[in-house]
Design a binder for this molecule. Structure first.
Ligand code: NAI
Length: 332
């Protein structure tokens, strides 16, 4: 079975070649993104393997179906970039990697919090230039602070546990509260109460039509002045322009994001010699209290190994006609 692998990076090749050594699946690695212009590349392949910023809308799916593609193997957990109805209509199965390392993402959210708070990135640069001053490096103790967690699935639950370990008071919002977290002291409440009470808010819910722009002008207004907002989930959970206004007013005291609303074409690429056209990301980068990483929360050795193992297994199961444990279908 031949699989067209899009958005390939050196680490993808390394981990997938290693895991795929024993199998008879043939992977064709392409550097570029799968989109309307690149569907020709899927000719002769029965499946595609894609990542978070490959856009599989109805047109792309129709086009790859015409070329004979029968399987979309996502090498990520989120699937907001795939039109599941279109895939079903064209009889294409969609599989994903539901959990590759919830700890990796939860720990990265914590890294953003600690860096923004204790300004270690600034201290590092200062000391390298023999500037040993502590001026403007003041942080705050995490112990005793209230952390609001939106979405307590696999990643959110790990994050709650980490924050409890640091002595924080953890409050949460999720349509399906987790009893284990409740027994550890996490208090579930309505979103408005959570926004009003949190010193730090961390987003761990998926991007859906309902959660798009969950953080907007109105919800920012409900937050405590000086709040720290962390997003390691999906960029469009935050309405970027409203977050910029919140930062300009000083209402948002810190913003840490690993995902960005218009990250396609920016993240995962070295654009250091390019003229960036996206005004919003340039504005965000200009704030001293904003920390941006380019979708690296998942990026640990353990996660890469798990992504490759599960994806190859998903493809193998499809090839052998076995039940697809990690299949995703549209909501009825
Ligand atoms: P999960 O499916 O285990 O948990 C999601 C939770 O969010 C569920 O408990 C669900 O009930 C809840 N939820 C759904 N809609 C909600 C809403 N509107 N408000 C509050 N809660 C809501 O998913 P998991 O594995 O914890 O991943 C969460 C998200 O993290 C993924 O959807 C993905 O977008 C993102 N992610 C980011 C990565 C990165 O590298 N930055 C890597 C992996 C995932």
């Amino acid at each position: 079975m031949k699989i067209a692998f899009f958005n390939t990076k050196s680490y993808d090749k390394e981990y997938f070649k290693n895991v795929n050594k024993e199998s008879d699946i043939e992977l064709t690695f392409f550097d570029g993104t799968l989109n309307c212009e690149t569907t020709e590349l899927t000719k002769g392949h029965q499946g595609v393997c894609v990542f978070v910023n490959d856009k599989l809308d109805a047109d792309v799916i129709k086009s790859i179906a015409e070329k004979g593609v029968k399987l979309i193997a996502l090498r990520c957990a989120g699937f907001n970039n795939v039109n599941l109805e279109a895939a079903q209509k064209h009889n294409i199965k969609v599989v994903r990697v539901p959990a590759y390392s919830p700890s990796a993402v939860a720990e990265h959210a914590l890294a953003l919090i600690l860096t923004l708070n204790r300004k270690t990135h600034k201290a590092y640069n200062r000391v390298r230039e023999s500037n040993f001053s502590l001026e403007r490096l003041t942080g705050f103790n995490l112990k005793g602070k209230t952390v609001g967690v939106i979405g307590t699935g696999k990643i959110g639950a790990e994050f709650c546990t980490n924050m409890i370990g640091l002595g924080c008071n953890v409050i949460a919002q999720d349509p399906y509260p987790n009893d284990d977290l409740k027994s550890k002291g996490v208090k579930y409440m309505e979103i408005q109460q959570l926004l009003e009470q949190s010193d730090i808010i961390s987003l761990h819910c998926p991007l859906t039509p309902e959660s798009k722009h969950l953080i907007n002008k109105a919800t920012i207004k409900q937050m405590k002045p000086g709040v720290m907002l962390i997003n390691t989930s999906r960029g469009a959970l935050i309405k970027t322009k409203d977050a910029i206004k919140g930062l300009k007013k000083g209402h948002i005291g810190y913003l840490g994001i690993d995902v960005y609303e218009q990250e396609e074409g920016l993240f995962f690429n070295d654009l250091s010699e390019n003229i960036i056209q996206d005004e919003d990301i340039m504005r965000l980068m200009s704030f001293p209290n904003v920390l941006i990483t380019s979708h690296q929360a998942f990026f640990t050795r353990e996660a890469l190994e798990q992504i490759a193992t599960t994806t190859v297994q998903n493809i193998q199961d499809f090839k052998e006609g076995k039940p697809l444990e990690n299949e995703i279908v549209p909501k009825p």
